[in-house]
Design a protein around this ligand. Structure first.
Ligand code: AMP
Length: 395
């Protein structure tokens, strides 16, 4: 069911509580060192300001363990926000709830912003405490959810608060749900899913859900060796998810039964040890020497995957193809990123490491969508109901 967005309701003159993701890095000088997440929230904030709403911003930053800790204050975020919105009055409330929040909100005018202090200074936030959620809700007339990175968590500010207010999606969440929802529910075909990363067990749900929807499933990264093992290959010292070998067999069978093309790397870059400058060579995937370990997909695999990706009308990618942190073993991840950039279909990068790889390579602008939430996008791809989305009002 489609969810209401800020464009479906009237916000003029109303107090609008927006749950944003301002979980940004703060440097030793107490300044925001990367403002991407703040910038990403601007379209929603700007829209609400243009509608003459009173904008109340709420976020977490870091993991302050449920009590105030100046290291995790949102004050530096307020300073950066003032630079990004020089013409807007921004008040900073020294607490998320209580007198400081209430008095700032009472003093603010339409078209102004109150930034609340870190919501995780209260342990009731992560407990999703109903009383805390109610106090937060009492500050506003409307709730807007725009922190996709946290919608898979049922916290007071991401889920609980919506029990007490009209609740709608902001532009960021609207885009995440729109693009990924369309790809899962009604994909343009061929639909190619690419999964990589370390462990099969972390991605079982995603593999299962995507197997029921996609035409081709590409598996690379550390996950691939468990599938090799399931096919009886020697994998040497490569990463193995021993508890998932049986499951990998079942998934291979399921792909066959569903007529899904399941592609594993045909060649593998193996190294003597897990080190950036380790001696390495490329071998066919069924010839991994006993005392070597696979750290990347080989060039034939890159070519094979590339051909499939270029023909796709929808691509979803989550997880690197190798140990991309080491430049010598980053070529597989780079090759897949390049193929996705060149693909003319819808390309969706599911957060985390693949998103950083794509950005680092300068391909970000060439993707349809890069998800802002690693964990949340994985759960979405698993077909799970995200608590912070479920609470939003239906259209
Ligand atoms: P994940 O968080 O499950 O997406 O896994 C990402 C991590 O998987 C990255 O840190 C990669 O270095 C790691 N990874 C990818 N391929 C391999 C591999 N062949 N061997 C060991 N680790 C890998």
């Amino acid at each position: 069911m489609a969810k209401k967005t800020i464009q479906d309701i009237s916000v003029s003159g109303k107090k609008v509580l927006v749950r944003v993701d301002f979980n940004v890095p703060i440097n030793d000088e107490g300044q925001v060192s990367d403002d991407k997440r703040i910038v990403a929230a601007l379209p929603t904030i700007q829209y609400l300001l243009n509608q003459n709403a009173k904008v109340i911003l709420c976020s977490h930053l870091g993991r302050p363990k449920g009590k105030p800790d100046p290291k995790f204050s949102l004050a530096p975020v307020g300073a950066r926000l003032s630079e990004l919105l020089p013409d807007v009055k921004i008040w900073f409330a020294e607490d998320t709830i209580g007198e400081s929040a209430k008095s700032a909100i009472a003093d603010m005018k339409d078209g102004e912003i109150v930034l609340l202090e870190n919501v995780r200074f209260h342990k009731e936030e992560t407990d999703n405490d109903p009383d805390f959620a109610k106090q937060l809700a009492s500050l506003a007339d409307v709730y807007v959810s725009d922190a996709f990175g946290t919608v898979h968590r049922a916290h007071a500010s991401t889920a609980g608060v919506a029990s007490y207010l009209p609740a709608v999606a902001g532009f960021l969440i609207g885009k995440e749900l729109g693009v990924m929802g369309e790809a899962l529910e009604n994909p343009k075909r061929p639909f190619v899913a690419i999964l990589g990363g370390a462990k099969v067990s972390d991605k079982i749900g995603v593999i299962k859900n995507l197997l029921s929807k996609c035409d081709s499933l590409i598996i690379g990264g550390g996950m691939a060796y468990t599938f090799f093992k399931a096919q009886g290959y020697e994998i040497g010292q490569s990463l193995l998810d021993a508890d998932s070998i049986e499951l990998a067999k079942e998934l291979l069978d399921e792909a066959k039964a569903r007529n899904v093309q399941l592609l594993l790397p045909v060649d593998t870059v193996v190294a003597k040890e897990f080190k950036a400058d380790a001696e390495h060579k490329t071998v066919p995937s069924d010839r991994i020497p006993a005392d070597w370990q696979g750290l990347d997909i080989g060039s034939e695999s890159i070519e094979l995957f590339r051909e499939v990706i270029l023909k796709a009308k929808t691509v979803i990618w989550n997880g690197p193809m190798g140990v991309f942190e080491f430049p010598a073993f980053a070529l597989g991840t780079q090759g897949v990123a390049k193929a996705c950039a060149e693909c003319e279909g819808t390309t969706i990068i599911g957060g985390g490491d693949s998103a950083s790889a794509v950005k680092k390579l300068g391909f970000a602008d060439r993707m349809t969508h890069i998800s802002t939430g690693g964990g949340a996008s994985l759960e979405f791809l698993e077909g799970k109901t995200l608590p912070g989305v479920a609470v939003l009002n239906d259209k």
